[in-house]
Ligand binder design. Sequence first.
Ligand code: B12
Ligand code: SF4
Ligand code: SF4
Length: 384
Amino acid sequence: MNNSIPLSRTDLTDLIRNKSKEIGFSLCGITPAVTPTGFSDLKKWLDQGHAGEMHYIENRLDAYEDPRKVMEGVKSIIVLASNYSSKEHPSLEKNEGRISRYAWGELDYHDVIKKKLKTIAGVIHTHRPECKTRGVVDSAPILERDFAQKSGLGWFGKNTMLINKKEGSWFFLSAILTDLELDYDNSHETSHCGTCTKCLEICPTDAFEAPYELNARKCISYLTIELKKQVPIDLRKGVSDWLFGCDLCQDVCPWNHKIPENQKIIFDTPSPLTKINACELLEMNGESFRKLFGKTPLSRPKRAGILRNAAIVLGNRGQHDSVPTLISSMNDEEPLVRGASAWALGEIATPEAVNALEARLLLENDPEVLAEISQAINNIQKKK
Ligand code: B12
Ligand code: SF4
Ligand code: SF4
């Protein structure tokens, strides 16, 4: 291609679309960078407290409203979708817990996608050296799904996921912001959920307040990934065997049952971490945790969060042979892990578990862990 002849706006737009396909993005849509129509819903959502501890959303509300606060002079947003695995979850052996599909890559998807965004930005800069671009994947305060819908990539399902007729919803979104004007796509105005309510019914923690309205505080994804505190006691049973994230409201979606088997996915090498033995997790120290998970999304909740989740999974699975591991994790340096282990022992309630809880009551000095131990002992007594 001769770079001395400037490419027309339409040719550049086509080039961006073709390049995105070539390097593995499954969808590409382009939309003007204006205030997203969902902004008022976002404000309502925050006012209702649905964001829980995710204060980073509220703190950047100005930028959610105006993309120019994310990048000065931005005119267009190129939205890209990258498919991840639509394969079935493996069946679980004793004491194992599930990892949600989006973390099945060997590397963190943010790193994989960022590299691809740089490649596209490189193409743009070759033809418009003086333009500005910024690649974002969860890394900027923009409503990615809103811009995806505006650029024609799909509709908001009742489970709040962005769904595409051909691709389903097992994809990540990312975007390139640019100060160039490009050719724009039509927004996706139709919705294809019809009378279906499968996602709303399957949610084990009743996280949907209404169709299209997710109370993040009740969502297993939030509880196991974002929440730095103890999981509220009334939601622990619902967490079931999920160690990291949750796929249920997408698993049941009919639009995810039509995806071709040979669909290209973003991860070149899928990780073997589709499920993990929760006892082995509870035995990990900081160093082994970093070695195994440092470069994966599982590092986000840190060791304390993942081990807390592991204890909850063991409490829910109720296998007696996990009791010795839970007893030793009541000595963990992290109160979060000690508290969740106490709860799990109370759920399993073997005589050995009861003795260990009573012994720990005399040694523990963290008030929240003490409360967990007392509650676990009380529950066992009530059940007798
Ligand atoms: C915060 C966040 C979460 C929170 C809250 C999720 C949520 N539904 O809001 C938690 C931690 C729970 C979460 C969970 C998950 N997340 Co998340 N998350 C985000 C993040 C960072 C911001 C989302 C946000 O702003 N939510 C705020 C609320 C207001 O948005 P909303 O619920 O989508 O509401 C919109 C619509 O519902 C609509 N709306 C409101 N009312 C109505 C009424 C009608 C009639 C209609 C039609 C529409 C409508 O307007 C609102 C504003 O746009 C985005 C990345 C980004 N920057 O966008 C990723 C993102 C949305 N998450 C993603 C993923 C993959 C997940 C999980 C699948 C991960 C997992 N397996 O555990 C789960 C799915 C849970 C679910 N059912 O949503 C993907 C979604 C891709 C897709 N195909 O849609 C994103 C885009 C990340 C990415 N880069 O790919 N996530
Ligand atoms: S991800 Fe799981 S917990 Fe969250 S809304 Fe969907 S089904 Fe409910
Ligand atoms: S499960 Fe049904 S209601 Fe839910 S998003 Fe899919 S099609 Fe829509």
